[in-house]
Design a protein. Structure first.
Length: 208
């Protein structure tokens, strides 16, 4: 066996451990924001030394999770509708694309604000925020979204609204999914109920 072949199982094991640690951290921090590295190690099925081998401390672990969130949002951007599409369908598609990522990272972003600073959170969310703002601006210009708020304020409000919907699902207050969230979001920006339901049905039907 060559040295490179001998090293490959070690590398593979290290990658596996890192993935398990990140997965355990996402789940455990979602349940308990004050979870320790020792508790995360136990949840991942590794010793604390292994966690420290990948992440020297809590900040390093959260930084890795923030980078993972950024990558997930960039991947989701490939599913966002073309910018030439009408704003109603574009916004419905946007919500459908980011809903799973928001569900995964909503608490992480709150933790990152405290532990890593607002600048890191802004960087992680930049792709999603830019896309949402662009769609909302086009919708206001087209007269299909309300203009009671300037687009940047409306975009910030819709971000908080989406996170609120995700929290409602977690708390058992609402049995929502991406499609229902998309309908609710369209209604929130001024689209009539029946029109919102029809637009989301058209978008989800096109994706099947």
């Amino acid at each position: 066996m060559s040295k490179s072949e001998a090293r490959e199982p070690i590398r593979s094991n290290a990658r596996s451990n890192r993935a398990k640690i990140l997965a355990a951290a996402r789940e455990l921090l979602g349940q308990n924001p004050d979870a320790t590295l020792e508790e995360i190690a136990q949840a991942a099925g590794v010793v604390r030394r292994t966690v420290h081998g990948h992440f020297p401390g809590r900040v390093a672990l959260l930084e890795a999770l923030a980078e993972e969130a950024s990558e997930a949002l960039r991947a989701a951007s490939a599913r966002w509708p073309d910018v030439t599409e009408d704003p109603e369908h574009a916004f419905a598609g946007f919500v459908l694309a980011v809903w799973p990522e928001g569900d995964r990272y909503r608490l992480l972003l709150s933790l990152a604000t405290q532990d890593l600073g607002q600048g890191r959170v802004t960087e992680a969310l930049a792709p999603a925020r830019a896309a949402a703002l662009s769609i909302l601006e086009r919708g206001q210009r087209a007269g299909v979204f309300h203009d009671r708020l300037p687009a940047p304020a409306l975009s910030a409000a819709m971000e908080a609204y989406t996170l609120g919907l995700l929290e409602a699902v977690t708390a058992g207050l609402w049995e929502g999914d991406g499609a229902r969230a998309a309908v609710a979001s369209l209604i929130a920006v001024g689209v009539p109920v029946e029109r919102a339901e029809r637009v989301v049905a058209e978008v989800t039907g096109r994706e099947e």
